[in-house]
Design a protein around this ligand. Structure first.
Ligand code: GDP
Length: 448
């Protein structure tokens, strides 16, 4: 019997059409953060209708330079610069309300207009309270006293807020905007729980609640059901939707260099859980990687250069944290890390930023493999002590010793710089779509 002759079990029934809808474009950090995601996002955001944040809080920091003005974004999607786009803060993000408005107001003074009108906030996002920030600081002090080392958090309360979320005592934007009496009761309970854990923690409950009530009114017009907002965005008229990852693969709570990580998923899975969208709506995933490696705070860093070369990268690259002002540790590009990030994220293409920082080097080294007891390992070790001990195998490439910052297309680049780019591309197995040669918007070479 042919398939055609088979009787339908349900004659006359029309199957619903599974309309996948629009796909989101994702930008993720491929190393330990500060790769220059802000600039890549800004580039893509100029033609986006919606720009989303799906995880993290105001612990991240993006710098975007437009017309010589430098904007700093921590919680706001950096696509907020695009006056034609809507910015969306998804449920996976944790929001410190005073921080949000401070950031908006600060950027407003630099020329950012009407940002409140272009911002949509998911009602399922968790709230970072001032006491979460205080606890973050106290926990760091405790860790330092007990183990002699801290995680190096930004003390923005991100970790404690995700802890409250996981222990189901957290409070969300929807709670703040619903019954304030109920919200106040739960707020008190949560504050008291923290006070019993940290006896020195002082919380001015009434003062805090008063301020929160004011913030509630200020954000009310921006708050929407986040899942439905994204559903409509994906299934309405064709739209360009961009998701801006904060932090980076090696800071991911599951896949990063635990415990020196952030408290959210900054790899591709966080896009679905942090926005409430199906995996089938995830389209291109772009990884942003710096032409060398940096890391903030402590933890294993196999290609770190604790020498003049590391200092040169630090000073030439202005490697200082946007949020913390801390000097970043610097080292050569580590391809093991990039391959690992690609295993998790499945990058469509990469943006290689800050190539210009390497302009003065005679010779450039690239970490191509890790060895344990003289044997190459094909994976990235989970355990920190093992990662501390790996031996890095390097390849040496010739430096180009010329200024790449005026280059605007592939052919303008010196052949040795082209060689460096091709080498990275082939080793990671992902095409490089953009190359960054300077801070500003124009300093980005698009390769295809
Ligand atoms: P993000 O958190 O990944 O967005 O990274 P940051 O914004 O913290 O750090 C990137 C820094 O490098 C910013 O100051 C950028 O302006 C700058 N930057 C980005 N791309 C390039 C580049 O290609 N060359 C140079 N020289 N600076 C760049």
């Amino acid at each position: 019997m042919s398939a055609k002759d088979q009787k339908s079990p349900n004659p006359g029934r029309k199957r619903p059409r599974n309309d996948v809808g629009n796909k989101v474009i994702v930008v993720l950090g491929g190393q330990w953060g500060d790769e220059g995601k802000g600039k890549v996002v800004d580039l893509l955001a100029t033609e986006s209708d919606i720009v989303c944040r799906c995880q993290g809080g105001n612990n991240a920091g993006h710098t975007v330079v437009v017309d010589g003005k430098e904007y700093d974004f921590h919680l706001l999607p950096s696509g907020i610069i695009n006056s034609k786009a809507t910015s969306f803060i998804g449920n996976g993000v944790v929001i410190h309300l005073p921080g949000l408005f401070e950031e908006g107001d600060k950027n407003e003074k630099k020329g950012l207009k009407d940002w409140e009108k272009r911002l949509v906030i998911s009602d399922r996002a968790h709230i970072v309270f001032d006491f979460h920030q205080a606890v973050d600081g106290l926990q760091e002090v405790q860790r330092k006293a007990q183990e002699g080392k801290n995680i190096g958090t930004t003390k923005k309360g991100i970790g404690p807020t995700y802890s409250s979320k996981a222990s189901r005592t957290g409070l969300r934007i929807c709670d703040l905007l619903a019954d304030f009496k109920e919200f106040s009761a739960r707020f008190k309970l949560l504050a008291q729980q923290y006070q019993s854990m940290f006896p020195t923690l002082e919380v001015d409950i009434d003062g805090q609640l008063k301020k929160l009530q004011e913030y509630a009114e200020r954000i009310r017009p921006m708050v929407r059901d986040g899942v439905y907002f994204m559903y409509e965005a994906l299934h309405g008229v064709p739209k360009k939707i961009l998701v801006e990852g904060a932090n980076a693969a090696l800071l991911d709570i599951d896949f990063g260099t635990y415990p020196f990580v952030t408290s959210s998923n900054c790899t591709v899975g966080g896009v679905c859980t942090g926005l409430g969208i199906p995996p089938q709506n995830v389209g291109d995933v772009y990884g942003v990687v710096k032409a060398y490696t940096t890391r903030v705070g402590i933890g294993a860093f196999p290609t770190e250069q604790l020498n003049d070369m590391g200092e040169l990268l630090q000073t030439r690259g202005h490697e200082v944290g946007v949020t913390t002002g801390r000097k970043r540790r610097c080292g050569w590009l580590d391809l093991v890390i990039l391959r690992y990030a690609h295993m998790i994220n499945g990058f469509t293409a990469l943006a290689l930023t800050k190539l210009d920082i390497l302009d003065v080097m005679d010779e450039i080294k690239v970490g191509v493999a890790y060895k344990i007891n003289g044997k190459r390992i094909p994976y990235f070790p989970a355990n920190m002590e093992i990662l501390q001990k790996v031996e890095v195998e390097y390849e040496k490439l010739a430096g180009w010793k010329s200024d790449t910052s005026p280059c605007r297309k592939w052919d303008d680049l010196p052949p040795k710089a082209q060689n460096y780019i091709r080498f990275v591309e082939n080793q990671v197995g992902v095409p490089i779509k953009w190359v960054g040669v300077g801070k500003s918007r124009e300093c980005m070479i698009q390769l295809f």
